[in-house]
Design a protein around this ligand. Structure first.
Ligand code: NAD
Length: 292
């Protein structure tokens, strides 16, 4: 099976490498030369352009920053240059509406399409332990599943086109709300005289227990491997969370869902996402909850 992989950034570079290590023939492309050079050094074929990369491919995987990159590439370079019946998998995190549009464009051009965003960060990408949320037909899902199983550990077929992105956006909205709630709890606890460790000992085994407490605890100390215990090095960067909450806001508005806390999380992260903070782990938002 020939795989074209486009977008060799923080995530895509590892995902492509895992597929290459599993023995697939990979043709790669990125607009950044250093990214393609690293892929070439790992034995992958590098194409001279996006349209060149998809020629003769059975599967095309894209891992781009945002929806406009996906739609532009599908329209201008990829769909018309691929053989009929090629399976297009977009693993970028993009708006639900953009994912549906991308799938429609691919299908109108005679191809198969899946939206397959991931969770698990760069560590998950490197270790092949990502979670894939996959929207599209059963036929496309069955064809792609062996590839997802190389790049990930948990693979969920969420339903029709766009539902993979829906699952991703909903999950990250809940995560942001949870993280802000946990940050406020540690801050209020401190102001009431509770040490971080004491509160951690209670919350990690009580009803408020969550990933935001036990894995990504927003205060340094109780969880040595958490970003907070390592100068808030991500993890999952604030800039990416702010981007995903922008997608959540668009989905809340387009569906008229009463989701005040989701919107509040969007505003909190948009404000916090300054030049200084965008590269910090998103649990660093606790700084806005502390006095002075
Ligand atoms: P990134 O910016 O590091 O990588 C994107 C790559 O796409 C870049 O190398 C860029 O040069 C390339 N690119 C852009 N337009 C292109 C084009 N037309 N042709 C070829 N290459 C092109 O981003 P990332 O961190 O790898 O994230 C990729 C996607 O995955 C994003 O949508 C992000 O929201 C999502 N995501 C990221 C993480 C994470 O922890 N980084 C976790 C889950 C999901």
């Amino acid at each position: 099976m020939n795989i074209a992989f486009l977008g060799l950034g923080n995530m895509g570079s590892h995902m492509a490498r895992n597929l290459a290590d599993a023995g697939y023939h990979m043709t790669c492309f990125d607009i950044v030369e250093a990214a393609t050079q690293a892929a070439a050094e790992h034995g992958m074929t590098v194409a001279s352009s996006a349209s060149e990369a998809v020629k003769g491919a059975d599967v095309v995987i894209t891992m781009f920053p945002a929806g406009k990159h996906v739609l532009d590439a599908y329209r201008n370079d990829l769909l018309a240059n691929a053989d009929a019946g090629t399976l297009f998998i977009d693993s970028s995190t993009i708006a639900v509406d953009d994912a549906v549009e991308a799938a429609n464009l691919a299908e109108e051009a005679g191809h198969l399409a899946l939206d397959a965003p991931v969770s698990g960060g760069t560590t998950g990408a490197e270790n092949g332990t990502l979670t894939f949320m996959v929207g599209g037909s059963q036929e496309s899902f069955d064809k792609a599943k062996p590839l997802f199983e190389i790049m990930g550990r948990q693979i969920v077929h969420t339903g029709a086109s766009g539902t993979g992105q829906a699952a991703k956006v909903v999950n990250n909205m809940a995560l942001a709300i949870n993280t802000i709630g946990t940050a406020e709890a540690f801050s209020l606890g401190e102001n009431l005289g509770l040490s971080h460790q004491t509160l951690y000992d209670v919350m990690s085994s009580s009803a408020a227990q969550s990933w935001s407490v036990t894995t990504n605890c927003p205060v340094p100390g109780p969880v040595p491997t958490s970003p907070s215990s390592n100068d808030y090095r991500p993890g999952f960067a604030t800039g990416l969370m702010a981007k995903d909450l922008g997608l959540a806001k668009a989905a809340i508005e387009s569906t008229n869902t009463p989701a005040d806390f989701g919107l509040a999380a969007y505003h909190a992260y948009t404000e916090f996402n300054s030049e200084t903070n965008s590269g910090k782990d998103f649990s660093a938002i606790i700084a806005t909850k502390q006095k002075g």
